[in-house]
Design a protein around this ligand. Structure first.
Ligand SMILES: [Zn+2]
Length: 124
């Protein structure tokens, strides 16, 4: 992901599960091929079903978490904790997040979220 340095940590953590699911899919498909699992109809079907389930999960998590955080960031004008997603609207310009305790500077927080929202990506 070329925009990973701009991606808020809360989003990055959610997307990590999508990455895990991708690894599961590839492992099942490549491993299954190498171990000739697909030559056995029953084991082959189980491997296909697991790979398909992980692939569906992967797509869902990518689409839903990006959409969700994008909408939330736009609704709050980027006033969300980058670490945990807590809504910082109405709080001082720089302080510790009341939810996770991470220090924030509102201007930086806002520009990181809004820049991330503006970054074009294919998953949308
Ligand atoms: Zn927080």
């Amino acid at each position: 992901m070329p925009h990973s340095t701009l991606t808020p940590p809360i989003v990055r953590r959610r997307l990590r599960w999508g990455f895990v699911a991708t690894v599961v899919v590839l492992t099942l498909l490549i491993g299954g091929k190498l171990l000739h699992v697909f030559d056995n109809p029953r084991a082959g079907n189980v491997a296909y079903a697991l790979a398909l389930g992980a692939a569906v999960y992967d797509v869902l998590i990518l689409v839903t978490s990006i959409r969700y955080w994008r909408r939330r960031a736009l609704e709050t004008e980027g006033q969300l904790c980058l670490n945990c997603g807590y809504i910082l609207a109405g709080l001082p310009d720089s302080d510790a997040c009341p939810d996770c305790g991470r220090q924030y500077v509102m201007d930086d927080t806002r520009s990181t979220w809004l820049q991330w929202c503006e970054t074009p990506r294919t998953e949308q």
